[in-house]
Design a protein around this ligand. Structure first.
Ligand code: CTP
Length: 218
C-alpha cells in the first residue's frame, strides 16, 4: 500500500498573520510529520510533505510544499490528495485566525492597557477533505489534548470520518516540540495499538508498520 503510491503528509504549525511582523501560531516543531514522511519514503511511498513553517530539512526523496496559513494548507491538500492513496494529517493547524491582517505594523498607543484581537475560525482541513474522500483512500488524523485525550480523540475520529487517529500522550511524555513520543493509534471499530515512548523517527516507523498491518489488505 506504500510502494510507488502517493501519500500526503502535513506537518508543523500554521502561522496566521496579525500584521507584517506578528502571527498567531503554536509550539509544533514539525518533527513527527517529517519523521512520518521519512518513514513512508523508506517504504517506497511517493511522499508529498505539506509543511507549515519549521526549521527542518525535508527527508531525502520527499517533495516538500511550504505553506504558512491554514487556508494555504487546505488549498495545497485539496490538490495533493486528488491522486493520493492516503493522507496523514500531523500538522497542528491553528483553529482561528485574525479577522484581518493589518497591512502595516500595529503600533501600541500611549498608555494602552489591552489589545483585543478579533479571531475568526479557520477551515477544518480534514473535515473539508472528508467530503471528497474516495473509498480507496485512507485518511489518518492526529490528536493532541491536555486532558481526556482518548475521549476527544474518538470524538474527532467520528466527526472527521477518519480511518484512524493517532493520539499523542504529550503531557505524560514527549509530544509537541519533543524528540520522543508515545502514541496510541485508535480505529473506528474500537481497535487500538499502543506505541511506547521512543524517538519520533522510531515512533513514525512503528505507526507506518501498524497502518500497513491494518490496511494493506484493502
Ligand atoms: N485539523 C485540521 N484542520 C483544523 C484543525 C485540525 O485538519 N482546522 C486536523 C489536525 O491536523 C489533526 C486533527 O484535525 O489531524 C485533530 O486536530 P486537533 O487540533 O487535535 O483537534 P481540533 O479538530 O482542532 O479540535 P479541538 O478544537 O477540540 O482541539
Amino acid at each position: 500500500m506504500f510502494d510507488g503510491r502517493r501519500w500526503v503528509v502535513t506537518a508543523g504549525p500554521t502561522y496566521e498573520p496579525i500584521d507584517p511582523v506578528r502571527f498567531i501560531g503554536n509550539f509544533s516543531s514539525g518533527k513527527m510529520g517529517y519523521a512520518l514522511a521519512a518513514a513512508l519514503a523508506e517504504q517506497g511511498a511517493d511522499v508529498q510533505l505539506i509543511s507549515g513553517p519549521t526549521c527542518l530539512q525535508p527527508p531525502a526523496g520527499v517533495e516538500r510544499i511550504a505553506v504558512m496559513t491554514a487556508r494555504e494548507m487546505l488549498n495545497a491538500c485539496q490538490e495533493a490528495v486528488e491522486k493520493a492513496r492516503g493522507l496523514i494529517m500531523a500538522a497542528a493547524v491553528a483553529d482561528f485566525r485574525p479577522q484581518t491582517a493589518a497591512a502595516q505594523k500595529v503600533k501600541k498607543q500611549p498608555g494602552q492597557a489591552v489589545w483585543t484581537l478579533e479571531l475568526v475560525p479557520n477551515p477544518d482541513i480534514l473535515q473539508a477533505l472528508a467530503c471528497r474522500k474516495r473509498p480507496d483512500q485512507i485518511f489518518i488524523g492526529f490528536s493532541l489534548e491536555t486532558h481526556d485525550g482518548e475521549h476527544y480523540a474518538l470524538e474527532k475520529l467520528r466527526r472527521k470520518k477518519l480511518d484512524a487517529i493517532v493520539l499523542n500522550h504529550p503531557y505524560e511524555k514527549g509530544g509537541i516540540g519533543a524528540d520522543d513520543n508515545e502514541v496510541t493509534v485508535l480505529y473506528p471499530d474500537g481497535g487500538r495499538h499502543f506505541i511506547s515512548y521512543r524517538p519520533k523517527q522510531e515512533a513514525a516507523r512503528a505507526i507506518v508498520a501498524e497502518l500497513a498491518r491494518r490496511f494493506s489488505s484493502e
